[in-house]
Design a protein around this ligand. Structure first.
Ligand code: FES
Ligand SMILES: [Fe+2]
Length: 449
């Protein structure tokens, strides 16, 4: 088989124009950009706050600190979830100080004001000492919008942003066959890192870095062009379909022996890899057939609803502006970055992995090794670089963050020069320019000028 020419492929149905705005360094570095994002970007999008499994009974709380803001979600008596800004209406003290809590009543730690789960003030010290009488029943916590999709809880600060399911378009439809609703979050990791939140967003908006940063993926994920399909949606979100269970077409693996770990993956589905030496690209179809035949009896109740593509390929969904959700039938990986509260050259990185409940399965293989198939089996917060892994592939992605941040600070950096396959990076920044600055940056000059 010949090595194919490497030109990028965009879905004609889901392509979007770009203007060619210069991607300037200031957006990664300056307080001005950070403050404009705080004002013009973050209130205007939905934020992934929690998974539903964190709420077992009324009064269960999950806090989400985001930049300088803090929001908490609380299960109501009717088991719906509401979200509130994490601030006391008395004199502004933060109400919820831990990541999770389960309380009979929401009580402020300063002067002891107490609130029902629906945010209504129900008890104060010296209630008769207020102008106009007892404030209980009249004062409420400031609510933020809250909704759920699949196993996830989301919140949004702005009433004018589209309802969640519309805002997520087209993911709810495109992902419905995976049956995500009852998947279990097994991995819940986070880290503070020394680069702007957009550095890793850019990285997830392209696959150009795979051969250099993740060389070991080459033998079972086909990142070649034009095989990889890029999609950009009117909503601002985008996606990439990457062929799985097949070696890259950037090199000629296909006429050789079946490389590891594709051989073991094939064996796990009852396929003899030796039968595919010299035609290793055909293993993908053999895995589709095996999954169709054996999947349901192995407990994968979600397989019958899926397309062939969903059964074996990787669907990377990059939600504007800061969440990436990567789907395979056996794993949902969420990678996101959030701004640091005060420093534009730092961010908070988060990595969740969810797995489908499969009857009889006690353990799953995760990006940080085997783990029990149960809620938050592995959970920690760290500083990137302190030695704790954030997942093998994620560690590789993060490894370039600090040096890129440093390089962007140089007077010698004049703005990005992108190949066509990085058009999603270009569009991401143009959407940011529109929202954050309210106008495009000057058009980038032609290459070489
Ligand atoms: S600040 Fe909350 S009760 Fe005073
Ligand atoms: Fe990567």
């Amino acid at each position: 088989m010949n090595v194919e020419s490497h030109t990028s492929r965009y879905s004609p149905e889901f392509d979007q124009p770009v203007r060619g705005d210069t991607i300037t360094a200031d957006r990664y570095i300056t307080k001005e950009w950070m403050e404009l994002e705080e004002k013009n970007l973050w209130p205007k999008v939905w934020h992934l706050g929690a998974v539903l499994a964190e709420f077992e009974e009324p009064g269960d709380i999950v806090r989400h600190n985001f930049g300088k803001e803090s929001v908490f979600m609380v299960m109501q008596e009717d088991r719906s979830i509401k979200a509130f800004y994490n601030t006391c209406p008395h004199r502004g003290n933060r109400l919820v100080l831990g990541d999770v809590a389960s309380v009979p009543k929401i009580v402020c730690g300063y002067h002891g004001w107490g609130f029902d789960y629906d945010g209504t003030l129900t008890s104060v010290q010296d209630p008769d000492d207020f102008e106009g009488g007892n404030p209980c029943g009249k004062v409420k916590l400031t609510e933020v919008r809250c909704d759920t999709w699949g196993p996830f809880v989301w919140w949004c600060m702005d009433d004018d942003v589209k309802p969640l399911h519309e805002w997520l378009d087209p993911y709810p439809e495109r992902l419905k066959n995976y049956g995500l609703e009852n998947w279990v979050r097994v991995i819940n990791l986070s880290a503070e890192a020394d680069f702007n939140w957009k550095i890793i967003r850019d990285n997830f908006n392209e696959s150009y870095h795979l051969p250099t940063i993740h060389p070991e993926l080459a033998t079972f994920i086909n990142d070649g062009l034009p095989t990889t399909l890029f999609e950009m949606y009117p909503s601002g979100h985008n996606a990439m379909w990457m062929i799985g269970h097949q070696a890259t077409t950037r090199a000629d693996y296909h006429s050789a022996e079946v490389p590891a770990p594709l051989d073991d993956i094939a064996r796990a589905w009852g396929i003899e890899p030796e039968d595919y030496n010299g035609r290793t690209g055909d293993i993908r179809q053999a895995v589709i057939d095996a999954k169709r035949k054996l999947g349901p009896e192995r407990g994968y109740t979600n397989y019958p609803d899926m397309t062939d593509q969903q059964l074996v390929d990787y669907f990377h969904c990059t939600m504007f502006p800061n969440v990436t959700l990567t789907m395979s039938p056996e794993q949902c990986q969420i990678l996101r970055t959030e701004p640091h509260p005060t420093d534009p050259e730092k961010c908070i990185f988060q990595h969740w992995c969810l797995y489908p409940p499969v009857e009889g399965m006690k353990e799953v293989e995760t990006p940080i090794g085997p783990a029990p198939l149960k809620h938050d089996a592995k959970q920690y917060h760290t500083r990137y670089g302190d030695g704790e892994t954030l997942g093998f592939v994620a560690d590789q992605d993060l490894s370039i963050g600090t040096s890129q941040q440093q390089g962007l600070n140089s007077r010698g950096f004049k703005g990005c020069i992108l190949p066509k396959q990085e058009k999603r990076v270009q569009r991401f920044h143009e959407l940011l320019n529109d929202m954050v600055l309210g106008e495009p940056t000057p058009k980038a000059p032609p290459i070489g000028e």
